[in-house]
Design a protein. Structure first.
Length: 132
């Protein structure tokens, strides 16, 4: 995924994911004071794990933008894991409804990121094979 368009798209997706993560944490802080039943322990644990993945994903994307091919693979793997994990978590009844919607949005973002990474990687391989 060396081409700039794919990396630019991936960057936009990850920025959206970071924004959603920070918004989720802010919402939990507000709900903890105003409506504690919506700021469950499970919701806090999920939000913190999502925030950790946001940091790791950002660091791997930065390395990918610097030309590290292993980082590109890592971005794809992280996106796939987050896609699957969020779909499974959203299907359970352990989380408040608002957070289940957040999980579906994260899963959608990760699906788009995964497709972007795979397409960008395939395009790079095709360009290398053709000598461009």
């Amino acid at each position: 995924m060396d081409n700039k368009r794919s990396l630019g798209a991936a960057t936009g997706i990850v920025i959206g994911y970071l924004g959603l993560t920070l918004s989720t944490l802010a919402a939990l802080v507000i709900m903890a004071a105003a409506a504690p039943r919506y700021a469950t322990t499970e919701a806090w644990v999920h939000a913190i794990i999502v925030a950790v993945f946001a940091v790791v994903l950002t660091l791997r994307l930065r390395a990918a933008r610097a030309g590290d091919r292993r980082a590109v693979r890592a971005v794809g793997i992280i996106a796939a894991v987050l896609l699957i994990a969020n779909l499974i978590e959203a299907a359970t009844g352990l989380f408040p409804g608002w957070m289940r919607i957040e999980m579906i949005v994260i899963a959608a973002l990760m699906a788009v990121l995964l497709v972007t990474v795979v397409r960008g990687s395939r395009q790079t391989v095709a360009e290398q094979r053709s000598g461009n």
